[in-house]
Design a protein around this ligand. Structure first.
Ligand code: ATP
Length: 361
């Protein structure tokens, strides 16, 4: 038997510690050979000890684990959100997890607010640059508190950063199929180069250059405002979308709306060959925390994405099939039209996955 994959589990804040046990339940039921280690990073620890990330925390994650599974960060008791920034952005930036991969897939027509949309219409992936852009927090505030106050927030785009994310998107397109089994074949670059000409110009030039290495892949381009309109009017046209940090953040919330809401969306923060981190797209959702109503599917699909990344595809597929079945049978939380609590929803899935595991042994 091969060595177990070592997973760092960091539930975090708000609904994070509610959805994460459900993801762990389902991972265990899948029969995947995993060794899980739990970390208490988050608001409680920060408020008790003043520690956001323990010394050498990121180095240890990188050195000792094959992957990291995260819940969510953010707590109203920490209005500055400093712990969330240091943990989450710290992982993305300091561990150089430059590709944020967000699959957008409609499992069942009933989940989509678009009239007549079917699963065949919505099956695309957003590849978001994860280490630069407007989220680099470069800039400053001058003359604060005066009528002459100036706030500068720089948009950092490096040749290296843009090139590696664009190449990641083409490689992704080349290596992945859609859920109907057909090959992915189009990469669309989304920017706002008509207004933001300096950064946009770099993205345009790099996209053109890199695309020449992939003549079999069709290229497309859209300004981010047009893309938002098209995502709602005709999502079928999208296949692989590559974009910067901020546009990626925004359009994937819109995209989550197409697949049933934030409770359904999964993501991976990836640096090929290094320890990568997987987290649901949703945040800590303070308004629903502690109410047993958080949908655990985003976290569970994220766990499946992590298994796939680690080469445990069979177990990942079992989990995805069980989620699909749960949606069809309305064995879900309220946001998807069901009547189950978070843990009842996880229990149902875990049972289903365990039956599948026993049958395949
Ligand atoms: P962040 O800024 O941390 O990304 P956000 O502002 O995008 O967070 P979320 O915390 O993701 O906000 O949640 C926004 C709202 O979406 C919640 O208040 C809740 O109504 C809904 N929501 C988010 N996640 C879930 C979930 N797993 N299940 C059900 N509803 C959810």
């Amino acid at each position: 038997m091969p060595n177990p994959k070592r997973i760092a589990v960091i539930p975090g804040d708000g609904i994070g510690p509610e959805v994460m046990p459900e993801a762990v339940k389902v991972l265990t039921a899948s029969g995947a050979n995993l060794e899980l280690s739990h970390f208490d990073w988050g608001a409680d620890r920060f408020l008790a000890e003043g520690v956001t990330v323990p010394q050498d925390g990121f180095t240890a994650l990188d050195r000792d684990f094959d992957a990291i599974l995260v819940g969510a960060f953010g707590d109203p008791r920490v209005p500055s959100n400093i712990h969330a920034k240091e943990i989450l952005l710290g992982m993305r930036f300091k561990m150089d997890l430059y590709a944020n991969v967000r699959p957008v897939r409609l499992l069942d027509s009933s989940l989509c607010p678009l009239k007549g949309a079917t699963p065949a219409d919505i099956d695309f992936v957003v590849i978001r640059e994860n280490t630069e852009g407007m989220y680099s927090d470069v800039g400053g505030v001058f003359k604060q508190g005066t009528p002459d106050e100036i706030a500068v927030q720089e948009d950092i785009n490096t040749r290296k950063g843009v090139e590696r994310i664009v190449r990641y998107a083409f490689d992704y397109c080349e290596r992945h199929s859609k859920h109907d089994g057909t090959q992915r074949e189009r990469v669309l670059m989304c920017d706002k180069s008509n207004a933001m000409t300096h950064a946009g110009g770099l993205w345009q030039r790099v996209f053109k250059e890199v695309s020449e290495e992939y003549p079999q892949i069709t290229t497309q381009h859209m300004y981010v405002d047009a893309l938002c309109l098209q995502m709602v009017r005709d999502p079928r046209q999208f296949d692989v979308i590559v974009t910067n940090n901020m546009f990626g953040d925004i359009i994937t919330d819109l995209a989550a709306g197409l697949q049933g809401g934030l409770g359904m969306a999964a993501s991976g923060n990836i640096h090929p060959g290094k320890t990568s981190m997987f987290e649901p797209v949703h945040g800590s959702a303070p308004p629903i925390a502690g109410k047993k109503m958080a949908n655990p599917f985003g976290a569970i699909l994220t766990a499946a994405m992590m298994l796939s990344h680690l080469g445990l595809k069979e177990q990942a597929e079992k989990i995805e099939a069980a989620v699909l079945e749960a949606v069809k049978q309305k064995r879900t939380t309220h946001d998807l039209g069901g009547a189950l609590t978070t843990s009842e929803s996880g229990d149902w899935l875990a049972e289903r996955v365990a039956v599948g595991s026993a049958q395949s042994r």
